[in-house]
Design a protein around this ligand. Structure first.
Ligand SMILES: *Cc1c(COP(=O)(O)O)cnc(C)c1O
Length: 490
């Protein structure tokens, strides 16, 4: 991942002494090799132990090496049913997982979300959601009136929805799109992000309520400008994850968004791939916004990393439209609803339920936020601390009075991650936080079963790393010279 400073160079491939055959994220840096893992801890091939305080990218919600999940996977494979094609077959693992998510006590059917569709990555889930949304209007006969009827998507700046071409099209994480401008479809547009720290008019005293109203009015005006009948859906992360660092929307924002979408019959797709499945202290992040989406995607915390799995939960109104039309979703993957993936995921989800781990996230969030505030509030380069549950972002700025970021070449976010890692704690780094170019943050997203003591230890190490970095940065002059030869992470 960007910001991980390599243990050793990736090297070139010579016939005599071949370097890696695996294409890593960087050809200059080789990632650390992990040889074993248990709970919060990763063991590296150099013998070091790392506290995994971010679960990769907020993935490992149960920690690593869970025995019950191992047994569930092994049980599924021991039936011999490791794979069957979903066109002809189904399995108990897939059916039970869907029932658990839809009909369970914390299930999605409370919100009218009555079907689950399982794929293998968050990007695939987003692609499926975009296609389902479009097919909804096709079934209703609303796509035939003009060529542009129900063909557009509106999303937000500074958001990430995935890496496949479809999901990338609605994303606006600019560094991740650089060589691929030619893939951009012209049926996507972006509105201002609900990111108060950098996008509210705080200089002129704009209140949270006024910021919310401005954003909702902008969305309404944007729909009217492009023609509301041309729009399929508005796409948003309830809490923006990797792009800007655990950014919740201002109060009333999603209620306003829902109202404006409903006014024009536009669907609301919420991307909870990173923030969903309990990460923010409720099963879905949208529960804390007082609204219900038409489609919600989940991923990272769904299988907790035990299987490559993600999903879409689909509102009754979309299922009904399909049923009254062609009766089939015109989409499919070879590995959709994969039996082993579903068995692993069902085991993860049953443990979350049985052990009250989502409630634990909410409880620990009430401890972690004051702890982060107490530890970092006075730090001179910490501009904002935000998040919910066990999903917290720290935004670093060069000047707290003006909220100005460090120049990208300072690599503050990446260096913070590297410094923390050297002290034995992994946090998830972020750059280009503010506008796709400038800005730095770090994400803290430990497993739901982390202990209070472990949280204190993690925050202590983060502070130690921060203090060291602050001292280093104080001795550097960003305007004249490049930062210590640190390369830009992208
Ligand atoms: C990670 C992420 C995705 C993409 O998921 P992949 O499994 O990496 O394809 C989509 N949306 C959000 C909000 C994410 O954080």
């Amino acid at each position: 991942m960007n910001g991980i400073h390599p243990a050793e160079p990736d090297g070139t491939r010579e016939r005599s002494a071949p370097g890696p055959a695996l294409l890593h994220r960087s050809l200059n840096a080789r990632p650390y090799k992990v040889t074993s893992a248990k709970g919060l801890y990763l063991t590296l091939s150099d013998g070091r132990t790392i506290m995994d305080a971010c679960g990769g990218a907020a993935v490992a919600c149960l920690g690593h090496g869970n025995e019950e999940v191992l047994q569930a996977v092994s049980r599924q494979m021991s039936t011999g049913v490791s794979y069957v094609h979903s066109l002809t077959y189904t399995t108990d693992a897939a059916e039970e997982l869907a029932h658990h998510l839809v009909d369970g006590p914390q299930g999605a059917s409370r919100f009218g979300l009555e079907r689950a569709y399982f794929v293998n990555s968050g990007s695939e889930a987003m692609d499926a959601a975009l296609k389902l949304a479009r097919q909804y209007f096709f079934e209703l006969g609303q796509t035939t009136t003009t060529t542009t009827a129900r063909s557009r998507f509106v999303s937000r700046k500074q958001s990430y929805h995935g890496t496949t071409v479809g999901a990338m099209n609605v994303s606006s994480n600019l560094p991740r799109k650089v060589p691929y401008a030619c893939f951009q479809l012209d049926n996507v547009s972006w509105v201002t992000p609900a990111y108060a720290y950098q996008y509210s008019n705080w200089q002129s005293g704009e209140t949270e309520e006024e910021f919310t109203r401005r954003l909702v009015d902008e969305l309404d005006a944007h729909f009217r400008e492009i023609g509301p009948e041309s729009v399929v859906a508005f796409v948003a992360e309830p809490l923006v994850g990797a792009t800007s660092g655990c950014t919740p929307a201002p109060k009333g924002y999603f209620q306003g968004v829902r109202r404006v979408c409903d006014k024009y019959g536009i669907l609301l797709i919420l991307d909870e791939v990173m923030c969903g499945m309990g990460r923010t202290g409720t099963f879905f992040a949208f529960e804390q916004e007082g609204i219900v989406p038409d489609l919600v995607t989940v991923g990272k915390g769904l299988g907790g990393g035990y299987a490559p799995v993600a999903g879409v939960l689909i509102h009754k109104k979309i299922v009904d439209a399909l049923r009254s039309g062609t009766s089939s979703f015109n989409h499919g993957h070879t590995y959709q609803a994969h039996p082993v993936g579903c068995a692993a995921t069902l085991a993860v989800q049953k443990i979350l339920k049985r052990d009250g781990l989502v409630e634990n996230v909410a409880r620990l969030g009430r401890i972690l936020y004051p702890l982060l505030l107490h530890t970092f509030r006075a730090a001179k380069y910490v501009g904002d601390i935000r998040g919910r549950g066990l999903f917290w972002g720290i935004e670093f700025v060069r000047d707290k009075a003006t909220r100005e970021s460090f120049p990208p070449r300072a690599c503050f976010g990446a260096r913070f991650q590297a410094m923390t890692f050297d002290l034995g704690v992994a946090v998830y780094p972020g750059s280009s936080t503010v506008d796709g170019t400038r800005g730095d943050h770090a994400i803290l997203s430990p497993p739901y079963n982390v202990t209070e003591d472990e949280l204190r230890k993690i925050v202590e190490v983060m502070k130690l790393a921060y203090d060291r970095l602050e001292k280093e940065v104080d001795g550097e002059s960003w305007d004249e010279k490049a930062a210590n030869g640190h390369a830009k992470p992208y």
